[in-house]
Design a protein around this ligand. Structure first.
Ligand code: ARG
Length: 404
């Protein structure tokens, strides 16, 4: 029995039914929440009496699943509410209903991403604090460039993740306004009180999916960052670099090569960036050119968001464990950072401080490097970071403050 069987008398062909059905059971708790709010609006308008509101409230609290032969989560809730279900859809449409539930879902997904980011960043900051003064080579073009410290490098990750956090907060704010009251697209003649934070335009209220796109963009940008972090973890844990060892609880072995300890977590985080980008571009393409207001195409908005939520939680959770257990090899790092060539820029700048024009200083040091006569300035323990205006310990403390 569909919600629209009064109009379309015959039975749908099973193939058509199967094709139309929404895979949206994950929306259930959010639709229950939005439906409860709607029941309260109906009660305020005198359409549900006290006993009916009580039955609706109890009925909603008892619903636990969506049946395979319901068309979607909304039909399922109405059916399971029984008698009072026959009254509950007054003054609303599945169009404002699905938008309301999906917005609550996205708000929750953003809050969840925020909590997972906080956990990941606190693991990174703990490591940055321990390794604040651990020298390592910094890279450009993946060639050794200038000495930095592990702490300083890890703080670059934190900056990336901090912008991601702001993007999730933005998506959350975009999802907050409520489309309830928009009905199918034009509101309702039943005078229901508007929900708190009601959207201004009823057509936009049912047509808009920007909040889902903003969430997918925040996640895609996050995954691009996780892919860069993942790539560095893969490099650092090779025998070629040897900067760190993977913790056993976050690494894998080989089915054939007994010696292997593989960085599958870092690789899969890197790989999922492609999928996350695809989900964003997929929904952008779905929404493109859709005439206002609602179109069934919009049913395609949920699967990519559901899947992205799982990947965000999964990747951040696993990477948190990996980073917390990463064993930095301070000897290897120190040896690599002691490469005299890394101090060539500082040597040129020392000449500038003595009054030599920078281009002359650059040429002089370059000539010494080419001739193999370059004498680097003494390697100081902080790799000259303080001399370059960089205070890692203070930066870690400030980041901890921002993330507390
Ligand atoms: N399952 C639908 C969706 O996800 C619900 C809205 C259906 N509305 C309609 N007018 N057929 O978009």
């Amino acid at each position: 029995m569909t919600l629209w069987s009064g109009r379309v008398g015959g039975e749908l062909a099973p193939e058509v039914w199967e094709f139309l059905r929404a895979d949206d059971a994950e929306l259930l708790p959010y639709d229950l929440q939005a439906t409860l709010l709607h029941a309260q609006r109906l009660h305020a308008a005198g359409i549900l009496d006290d006993a009916e509101l009580a039955r609706a409230t109890e009925g909603l609290a008892a619903i636990e699943e969506v049946d395979a032969d319901d068309e979607d989560v909304h039909s399922s809730i109405e059916r399971q509410l029984g008698d009072v279900g026959r009254k509950i859809h007054a003054g609303r449409s599945r169009n404002d209903q699905v938008a309301a539930a999906f917005r609550l879902y996205v708000e929750d997904a953003c809050a969840e991403a925020d909590a997972a980011l906080v956990a990941f960043v606190s693991a990174i900051l703990a490591r940055a604090e321990e390794e604040a003064d651990t020298p390592m080579p910094g890279y450009t073009h993946l060639q050794r460039a200038q000495p930095v410290t592990v702490g300083h490098h890890l703080l670059a990750w934190v900056e990336m993740l901090e912008r991601d956090r702001a993007r999730f907060a933005f998506a959350r704010a975009q999802a907050e306004p409520s489309p309830l009251g928009a009905g199918a697209l034009a509101g309702s003649t039943l005078e229901l009180p508007p929900p708190p934070n009601a959207m201004r335009n009823t057509i936009d209220a049912v047509a808009d999916r920007d909040f889902a796109l903003d969430y997918l963009y925040a996640a895609a940008a996050l995954f691009v960052h996780l892919s860069r972090i993942g790539e560095e973890l893969v490099l650092w844990t090779t025998s070629e670099f040897g900067f760190a060892r993977l913790p056993e609880e976050a690494s894998t072995g080989s089915s054939i090569m007994p010696q292997k300890l593989n960085p599958d977590v870092a690789e899969l985080a890197r790989g999922k960036a492609g999928t996350a980008i695809g989900r964003l571009t997929g929904l952008l393409a779905t929404v493109k050119s859709l005439p206002l207001a609602y179109d069934r195409d919009l049913q395609e908005d949920k699967p990519p968001v559901f899947a992205t939520r799982r990947d965000v939680a999964g990747a951040l959770g696993a990477l948190t464990i990996l980073v917390a257990g990463l064993a930095f090899d301070r000897d290897k790092l120190a040896t690599a950072a002691a490469d005299p060539a890394l101090r060539a820029t500082d040597a040129a700048e020392a000449l500038v401080a003595e009054g030599v024009p920078f281009r002359d200083a650059h040429e002089q040091v370059a000539a010494e490097v080419r001739a193999g006569t370059f004498e680097p300035p003494e390697l100081v323990t902080d790799c000259y970071l303080r001399g370059r205006g960089i205070d890692v310990a203070a930066a870690v403390a400030a980041a901890k403050e921002r993330w507390s």
